[in-house]
Unconditional design. Structure first.
Length: 97
C-alpha cells in the first residue's frame, strides 16, 4: 500500500512522543500490505473499525490514540485523515475528516 500524509503522523508524534514508535510500526506494516477490500484490512487488524466503505479507524498504542484513514482499494492507497487522542477523536466526525 502507498501511505499518503506521513507528515500528519510525524506532526502528531512530535506533540505526543509516546506515539512515535507505534505509528512508525503501523506505517511500516501497512506499506507492506496489499489490501483490496475492507475484509483484508480486518484480517490483519481485527480491532480496526470499518466506517463506511473506505474509512478505517485503528487503535494505536494499546488504544491510547486513534488513527483514521481513507483507503482507495483499487489503487492501493491509504490516506491518513486523522490521528489524535480519544478526546480529539470524540470531537470530530470521522466521515468528514
Amino acid at each position: 500500500m502507498r501511505v499518503i500524509a506521513k507528515k500528519r503522523l510525524r506532526e502528531f508524534w512530535e506533540r505526543h512522543p509516546a506515539a512515535r514508535e507505534p505509528l512508525l510500526a503501523w506505517f511500516r506494516e501497512v506499506k507492506g500490505e496489499d489490501w483490496d477490500t475492507p475484509a483484508a484490512v480486518k484480517a490483519k487488524y481485527r480491532q480496526a473499525g470499518i466506517v463506511g466503505g473506505s474509512r478505517v479507524v485503528f487503535n494505536v498504542k494499546g488504544n491510547d490514540y486513534r488513527l483514521v484513514v481513507k483507503i482507495h482499494y483499487a489503487h492501493r492507497v491509504v490516506y491518513v485523515r486523522f490521528v489524535g487522542t480519544h478526546a480529539e477523536y470524540d470531537a470530530v466526525n470521522i466521515e468528514e475528516v
